[in-house]
Design a protein around this ligand. Structure first.
Ligand SMILES: *Cc1c(COP(=O)(O)O)cnc(C)c1O
Length: 435
C-alpha cells in the first residue's frame, strides 16, 4: 500500500516511510491510497475470530505487503494485549469500553501499535531513535508506555509543570528505563513549541535520529479501526442498524471508524459527539470549517478547536459535504448536561461513565429522539476509564470511585522528572548532553 499526503504536494510513500516521517514533507497527513474491502467470508465468520485475529486481518489487508505475516502478528499480539468489550445498557444501547489498556484510555490502541511498528522499522537503523512528545496529559503516558523498554528507542516527554492532574503526572514520571519526563516551566503550548523547534534544528538532526510520535501518525490511525470490527463481532442481532457514537476531539477515533466502513463494515451512521468545542457540528450545518481557539471543559481530552484529522475525513468523502453530512451527524453538549448525564446513567443503568463517554451518551440519545428509531445497535465508544477523572466523578456523584490497580500502582512509585525552563537553548543543551 502506498500512502499519500492530504496536501497532495509530495509524492506517495511506503508505510515504513509514513510511520517514520509522521508528517508528510508538504505538511499534510498520510492516508492509504485505497481502502480494500474485506471479503464477505470475513464478516460471515467474524464470530469465530479472536480480537487479535480480527486486528490481523484488518492490518494485513492494508499493510500486509510491507510486513511479513509472522511479524505483523507479533506486533499485534504485543500492542493489542487487552480487551475491548461491549457492556449493554439496554436492548438498543451498549458501551464499547476502550479503556482496558495500561493507561486507561483508548489512546493505548494507537500508541502501542505505533510503538511496535516504529521499533520494527528502526531495527535496521544504526542510530538509536529519539522520540520527543509534548503532552498535556493522556497522550504522553500512552505513547511512553508503548515504547517502554523498546530497544534502540529513547523517549523524552515534555509536560507543563503544575498543569496536569496528579494521576496524569504520576503516570508520566514513574516509568523510568528508556523514558525521561521533562517538567517544563511553562504551558503545553511551550512544550509543543520546543518539540517543533527541535525537529527543525539541523545540529540536533545531525546528532539524533528524531521521530515524533504525535497523534497524526498513520500508525496510530490504522489500529483505531480494529475495535469497530470487534464491536460488530459482539452484536447479538447484526441485522439491526448499527450506529457508532464517538466522543471526538481531534477526530482520529472517528476517522478509524470511517475507515472500517470503507473496508466493508456495515455501519448505518456515525455520530461525532463533542463538548462546547463545536467546530465540527457547525461545519455539518453550514459547510464551512472555521477553527476556533479551544474552550476548557470537563471532557478535556476533547477540548480541540482545530481538529487535526478534519482533512483526512474530507478526503474520505472526496470533499463532498453533502455525502459527509448524510453519513455523519454531530452535536455539542455543555458541561452541565454532561454532569447530569453521568448522574442519570449511574442511576438508570448502574453504570459509571466518564465525562467523555457521557457526551457520547447525550449525542446518541438526541439522535434517537430526533430520528424516532426504535430498534438499533447504538454503540457509545467509552474512551477513558472514569477513575482517570476521579475528582469530577466524585464531585458529581458524591460517592467514592475505585481506582483500578494498574493505575494505582503508579501512584506509589517515586516521581522522577527533570525540570527545564521553556527556553529552547536549555532544552537543546539538555538533549545534546544525552549523547
Ligand atoms: C483523545 C481522547 C478523545 C478524543 O479522541 P480524538 O481521536 O482526538 O477525537 C476522547 N476521549 C478521551 C478520553 C481521549 O483521551
Amino acid at each position: 500500500m502506498k500512502f499519500y499526503s492530504t496536501n497532495k504536494k509530495s509524492k506517495e510513500v511506503s508505510f515504513k516511510e509514513a510511520v517514520i516521517k509522521g508528517i508528510a514533507d508538504d505538511g499534510g497527513l498520510f492516508m492509504p491510497a485505497s481502502f480494500p474491502v474485506l471479503p464477505k467470508k470475513f464478516f460471515d465468520e467474524i464470530e469465530n475470530l479472536s480480537f487479535q485475529e480480527i486486528c490481523f486481518e484488518v492490518a494485513n489487508t492494508i499493510i500486509g505487503d510491507e510486513i511479513p505475516s509472522k511479524t505483523l502478528q507479533s506486533i499485534i499480539n504485543n500492542a493489542i494485549n487487552f480487551k475491548a468489550p461491549i457492556v449493554k445498557l439496554n436492548n438498543n444501547i451498549g458501551v464499547l469500553e476502550l479503556f482496558h489498556g495500561p493507561t486507561l484510555a483508548f489512546k493505548d490502541f494507537g500508541a502501542r501499535f505505533m510503538a511496535e511498528a516504529l521499533s520494527y522499522f528502526s531495527k535496521e537503523n544504526k542510530k538509536n531513535i529519539t522520540i520527543l512528545v509534548a503532552t498535556s496529559g493522556d497522550t504522553g503516558s500512552a505513547v511512553a508506555n508503548g515504547f517502554l523498554n523498546s530497544k534502540g528507542i529513547k523517549v523524552f516527554l515534555l509536560y507543563p509543570e503544575g498543569k496536569v492532574s496528579h494521576i496524569q503526572e504520576m503516570q508520566l514520571t514513574t516509568l523510568d528505563g528508556n523514558i525521561t519526563a521533562l517538567e517544563v516551566n511553562g504551558t503545553f503550548d511551550d512544550c509543543q513549541k520546543l518539540v517543533k523547534q527541535a525537529f527543525l534544528d539541523n545540529e540536533l538532526k545531525k546528532n539524533f535520529f528524531l521521530s515524533s510520535a504525535n497523534s497524526i501518525n498513520i500508525a496510530r490511525l490504522i489500529p483505531q479501526s480494529f475495535y469497530y470490527f470487534n464491536a460488530y463481532k459482539q452484536l447479538e442481532d447484526k441485522n439491526k442498524p448499527l450506529i457508532f457514537c464517538v466522543p471526538s476531539g481531534n477526530f482520529g477515533n472517528l476517522t478509524g471508524g470511517l475507515i472500517s466502513k470503507k473496508m466493508g463494515l456495515p455501519v448505518e451512521k456515525f455520530i461525532a459527539a463533542v463538548n462546547s468545542n463545536d467546530v465540527f457540528p457547525n461545519y455539518l450545518k453550514t459547510g464551512k470549517f472555521i477553527p476556533k481557539p479551544s474552550i476548557k471543559t470537563i471532557s478535556n481530552a476533547m477540548d480541540v478547536g482545530n481538529p487535526s484529522n478534519f482533512y483526512r475525513i474530507l478526503d474520505i468523502f472526496n470533499n463532498d459535504w453533502y455525502k459527509l453530512s448524510t453519513e455523519i451527524s454531530s452535536s455539542s453538549f455543555s458541561d452541565e448536561l454532561t454532569k447530569s448525564a453521568i448522574k442519570r446513567i449511574r442511576k438508570d443503568y448502574n453504570y459509571l461513565i466518564d465525562p467523555h463517554g457521557a457526551v457520547g451518551y447525550l449525542a446518541l440519545e438526541e439522535y434517537i429522539k430526533q430520528n424516532k428509531i426504535e430498534s438499533f445497535n447504538g454503540i457509545i465508544l467509552e474512551t477513558a476509564h472514569p477513575a482517570k477523572f476521579i475528582d469530577i466523578m466524585e464531585d458529581v456523584l458524591k460517592e467514592n470511585i475505585e481506582i483500578p490497580e494498574r493505575l494505582e500502582s503508579s501512584l506509589y512509585k517515586e516521581k522522577k522528572s527533570i525540570k527545564i525552563s521553556n527556553e529552547y537553548t536549555d532544552f537543546k543543551n539538555f538533549l545534546l548532553n544525552q549523547n
